[in-house]
Design a protein around this ligand. Sequence first.
Ligand SMILES: *[C@@H]1O[C@H](CO)[C@@H](O)[C@H](O)[C@H]1NC(C)=O
Length: 406
Amino acid sequence: MRSFAVALGFLGLTNAHLTAWHRGMYCLDGASGQIDLNTADPVTPLYQLPKSDWWFHHINKCDEFPPAPGEFLDLPAGGQFQVEIASNRAKTSLSYSGRDQSDWPDGGHYPDNYNVPSCITSPNMHTQNQSMAAGSAFAISYQSDIKQVTPENLVVFSVRYNTPWKRVARFDVPAAMPACPPEGCICAWGWIPDGCGQANMYHQAYRCRVTNPTSSTPLAPPKPPVWCEGHPDTCTKGAKQMLYWNQADGNNIFTDGLNLAGQPKSPGYNMKTGFADGAQNDIFVGPPASNPGSGASPAPPPSHNPSTTPANTKPQTQPTKAASQSRSARSTSVTSEPHNQPPKPTNAPAPHANPANSDPSHVSAPSVQSSTPVATERPSPRCNSRNGKRSNSKRNLHTKNRLRRW
Ligand SMILES: *[C@@H]1O[C@H](CO)[C@@H](O)[C@H](O)[C@H]1NC(C)=O
């Protein structure tokens, strides 16, 4: 029985993909409505999907399964946080007390200088070796309701070059990160691999919060990154959106041709798109202001807001209606939404213009109610372009990048 399960797991993981696991993540238990300690639901790659499907991995409704109440991805201001990048929850410390984990994302054992010139396929990390790993990033939105998060209020705050690589990955938090609303912020992990398989994308949601904040200066509205390899002066400066690429719609970066190394351009979280490694310290509207606790509010001019009770603790009059309206309003400016907003300074940057909207994300989402762990491991979808059944069969979008065999 045990060996059967292990064999199945091995077959499945041969083509598994990756996400960054943490108790504060959405879809930790999978998207079946049952607690699945073996789930790979959040790791499936996103490719040529409509934004309604790829955004926070809605393709299999991962965005509708919030973390358990009280679970947050904690972001210590000026410090580091840790996630586990793995192909399956079973291969992390979050299942079976870590029984099946190793130093690597798939529970396997490989040399530290693991290098396969034709691309590593186990684990399926979309790279030849560590130095070629594209990099991945975390972004934050100062909205507590995942439905209120948009590309325009989701700001990349931390990048780790040469990830995904080993299972444990650490990310740096800018020292000036302001506090989140009482119900927390929404964070996202993103990864766009550089070749070695289908040119796909990963977009994972978390409930997060900043711990030990010392500044209240808000984040600036993020701008889309651009391809700027070899021309750093042309990179997008300051707060940047996540990279959205190779989807049916909702893309914010478009590439054509080859990079300086002669390979098809692939926009990753690295200097080719203007992202420095580590904490992104240039994402704020101004210098740090010492008024922690009101980070979700716009930074007031010299006279600090004396209130330690943020406006966003006020209940909305019609949270359900507001939530449903947000779906249709998603592509428009967040400032146009009819929220019950208290008087506030009007020069607020767009990402934080709605502090009143903070209904907990778990209110309207289906609750995960099962205490029966599922012990069988399912195979994960494949990501090689030859095997990308879903996207390839459903669509006929033969881009230059896809046809090229990496
Ligand atoms: C990593 O892979 C690239 C591409 O195959 C290669 O050029 C480079 O030498 C490799 N680096 C190491 C340290 O093996």
